[in-house]
Design a protein around this ligand. Structure first.
Ligand SMILES: N[C@@H](CCC(=O)N[C@@H](CS)C(=O)NCC(=O)O)C(=O)O
Length: 225
């Protein structure tokens, strides 16, 4: 049995979970790693991040993109890449845009939401990259409910958590959500949320965000007391 180390609010984990749901894979166990956030977890997966895929025997594959490609090979149907090299390149381009330019910057921006500890220069640098990425995305999709090829692909699996982070976390850093300003991106975003596999990970992401916010509120109350 394979095991995916994952967390509700981890957008990179959500990307792999959406792929697992869309492929109907039922023999991968989902688990939050014991010791995540401490060096104990680094002993299991030296990159120290989630998701990580554990193979039988304890071999660990890190990095969402690498795990996704591994799963595409092990569970080839339904195929979430293209039917031709060009179609696959179109899917990979959107997935990579969402990963490198949206998710990576959003992940770092999530440390800039608290006003009292925020560095405005860092916030502006990261937010500027996110806005630039959303404007670029407008040129790679047509506004229909799937990003590429008129069907669910790995591009959607990466975009859904990325757009969730932008819509829900960027305003907490006092930056306007750029999605409504891009017609095709906002029409895509409204459409893909109706997809059952996207809806499934969005429930998990919202649950994770609520838990995180409750924790922050509890810590603030403790500090005040
Ligand atoms: N490039 C990695 C990024 C993974 C990542 O940064 N995951 C976050 C959670 S969303 C994490 O594990 N952070 C823990 C840390 O930075 O120590 C991927 O695609 O899997």
């Amino acid at each position: 049995m394979l095991k995916l180390y994952s967390g509700d609010l981890s957008p990179y984990s959500a990307k792999v979970r959406m792929q697992i749901y869309a492929k109907g894979i039922e023999d991968i166990e989902l688990e939050r790693p014991v010791g995540f956030g401490t060096t104990d977890w680094w002993k299991v997966s030296p990159i120290g991040r989630i998701p990580a895929l554990e193979l039988p025997g304890g071999d660990i594959i890190p990095e969402s993109e690498v795990i996704s490609e591994y799963l595409e090979e092990v569970y080839p149907t339904p195929r979430l890449l293209g039917a031709t090299p060009r179609e696959t390149a179109a899917i990979r381009a959107v997935s990579r845009l969402a990963d490198i330019y949206l998710l990576n910057n959003m992940f770092m921006l999530s440390g800039q939401t608290r006003k009292s500890t925020r560095n405005e220069g860092t916030r502006d640098l990261l937010a500027g990259q996110v806005v630039r990425g959303v404007k670029a995305l407008e040129h790679y999709i047509d506004g229909s409910p799937f990003a590429v090829s008129g069907r669910l692909t790995l591009a959607d699996c990466t975009l859904v958590p990325a757009l969730f982070m932008i819509e829900n976390v960027l305003p907490s850093a006092d930056v306007d959500d750029p999605i409504p300003g891009q017609a095709k991106v906002s029409s895509y975003w409204a459409g893909i949320q109706q997809n059952e596999h996207a809806a499934h990970v969005l429930v998990e992401l919202h649950r994770g965000l609520e838990e995180r916010r409750a924790l922050i509120r509890a810590m603030a109350a403790k500090e005040k007391a």
